[in-house]
Design a protein around this ligand. Structure first.
Ligand code: GSH
Length: 308
């Protein structure tokens, strides 16, 4: 792979959402470069690439930057179709399932990790208290039984899905549906040893987890943040997909817009609109550190506003 097309994942090892991206790279048996970012803001060497988007992970390919695991999955699939992340025609269902696992399954797991983890540094807890808008930190300890109840009830859905002996959630092949459902379990086992008992009680899911671990992460090579910025500077963004004239937002290519996550970490990213479709929104930006870059987001879950 040449410098223009090297896959660079900006992440940290403890990030559960990054584990999704690492497993997608693993399922596709890809080689990739790894930039380890700090676990908390500020991230001065990442912000030039994302324009302020502060969630983890981010995938960079030359001067194109893909934010959010949902879009990272779709972009990896577009560039490296085989083996597929969406076996048996399950692109719609698998991507829709991201929403369930990012909320119903992830939120109680994240709450329990915050309440019970012994290894999470205080600086990270302080940062996430501001960041996780969905979590009521004043009730964290009181809500432990509630959160465990929610986690178990959602885990039961996985056990039920695997009850007929199938190897993966949607059949005989592993895909994004499995990866997106698996990452909260990975988080629970990393951070809350007390939850091992809960997880081990579901025998089908337990065996499926082992299959998920065996996917691995592909071939990872560490590089510096400076090298990633250099890769952006020396590359040109891929041709943009263009702006859908039928889109209800009635925007045009070249319009100044902001793109903001709808849920938490709501930092608007400003730029010149280059792509607007049902699957993606992308803006062109310019910084001294990166030259011209295009920062891409999934359409689902992101708000696009005309810049004031
Ligand atoms: N919708 C995003 C969510 C990503 C997310 O919330 N990541 C967590 C880390 S696992 C995060 O950003 N934490 C705060 C941070 O890294 O600054 C995605 O799918 O990528």
């Amino acid at each position: 792979m040449d410098g223009m097309s090297t896959l660079i994942l900006h992440h940290f090892d403890w990030s559960p959402f990054a584990e999704k991206a690492r497993l997608a790279l693993g399922l596709k048996r890809l080689a990739w470069s790894s930039v380890e970012i700090p676990m908390v803001m500020p991230r001065p060497q990442l912000m030039p690439l994302t324009g302020g988007y502060r969630k983890t992970p981010v995938l960079q390919i030359g001067a194109d930057v893909y934010c959010d695991t949902r879009l990272i999955a779709a972009e990896l699939e577009r560039r490296f179709p085989s083996p597929t992340l969406f076996p048996a025609g399950n692109r719609g269902l698998a991507l829709a399932l991201s929403r369930w696992s990012d909320t119903a399954l992830f939120e109680p797991g994240a709450g329990l990790s915050m309440a019970l983890a012994t290894e999470v540094p205080e600086a990270v807890l302080a940062d996430r208290r501001q960041f996780f808008a969905f979590m009521d930190f004043s009730r964290l300890k009181v809500d432990i039984p509630h959160m465990e109840g929610q986690l178990r009830a959602n885990l039961e859905l996985l056990e039920a899905q695997l009850a007929d002996g199938r190897a993966y959630l949607l059949g005989g092949d592993c895909g994004w549906a499995d990866i997106t459902a698996y990452f909260p379990l990975w988080m629970a086992r990393q951070f809350v040893p007390a939850l091992n008992r809960v997880l081990d009680a579901n025998s089908r899911t337990r065996a499926w987890e082992d299959r998920m671990v065996s996917i691995g992460h592909g071939t990872r090579t560490g590089i510096s943040a400076e090298a990633a910025l250099e890769a952006a500077r020396t590359a040109s963004p891929a041709p943009a997909a263009g702006v859908d004239p039928e889109d209800p937002l009635r925007l045009e290519a070249g319009d100044s817009v902001t793109v903001t996550p709808c849920d938490y970490g709501k930092v608007p990213v400003a730029g010149e609109l280059v792509t607007l479709s049902l699957t993606e929104v992308a803006v062109r930006r310019e910084t001294p550190e990166t030259g011209t870059v295009v920062t891409h987001f999934p359409r689902i879950g992101y708000r696009i506003d005309r810049a004031a």
